[in-house]
Design a protein around this ligand. Structure first.
Ligand code: URA
Length: 209
């Protein structure tokens, strides 16, 4: 079963408070989401492999650790996931970025894929799928289905705000995926929004309604 890690560093908690606050406008919201994503990226990459390489300091030659694989990929779920990409790329500038877009069919309520463009060597990359919200889990599950179908082997999922119901669903559907969240909120409301949550993450990021 994939691990669930709550990243509750004081800086993440502090920034998340202002992300939630209705008084925070789009510009500041985007900046805060980016900053939190960078802080989360730091923890999510804690297990990256290192290899010793030979370098020369001004004093002597030495063997010193550097990232071994370096093959990473960031996959935002459109559209709100896009808000987490810049922060992650600040830490991981060599990562490639794939995109997956889904909409919910109003009749079947199933997630339908409308866009998926991945790096060619997706099967060799450690992928970090990002979406600020994990509510019912329907889109996260469908997004991960879509990228596995294209060959992804190593996937982590990172979101800001989750609820237990979505975590359970995602863990059940994709037991090989480790999940990182900044918060597990109380519950879903009657519109499947996270309560207390932060509202519609896409609308808050892009100033739409
Ligand atoms: N998506 C959002 O943007 N917000 C929620 O609360 C749930 C899903």
């Amino acid at each position: 079963m994939g691990k669930i890690t709550v990243l509750d560093h004081p800086l993440i908690k502090h920034k998340l408070t202002y992300i939630r606050d209705i008084k925070t406008g789009s510009k500041e919201f985007r900046e805060l989401v980016s900053e939190v994503s960078m802080l989360m990226g730091y923890e999510v990459t804690r297990d990256l492999e290192l290899e010793d390489i030979e370098i020369e300091t001004p004093i002597t030659k030495m063997m010193s650790p550097a990232l071994a694989g370096k093959k990473l990929g960031i996959v935002p779920i459109l559209r709100a996931g896009q808000g987490m990409v810049e922060g992650m790329l600040t830490l991981l500038p060599a990562a490639k970025v794939g995109h997956v877009g889904l909409y919910r069919d109003p009749e079947t309520l199933q997630a339908v894929e409308y866009y998926c463009k991945m790096p060619q060597d997706i099967n060799e990359r450690k992928l970090i799928v990002v979406d600020p919200m994990l509510a019912t889990g329907v889109s996260a599950i469908a997004a991960i289905d879509a990228i596995k179908k294209r060959g992804a082997k190593s996937i982590k999922f990172v979101c800001l705000v989750s609820v237990q119901e979505g975590l359970d669903a995602l863990q059940k559907a994709h037991p090989d995926v480790d999940i990182y969240v900044a918060s597990i909120d109380e519950r879903l409301n009657e519109h499947a929004y996270i309560y207390p949550g932060l509202g519609d993450a896409g609308d808050r990021l892009y100033g739409t309604k």
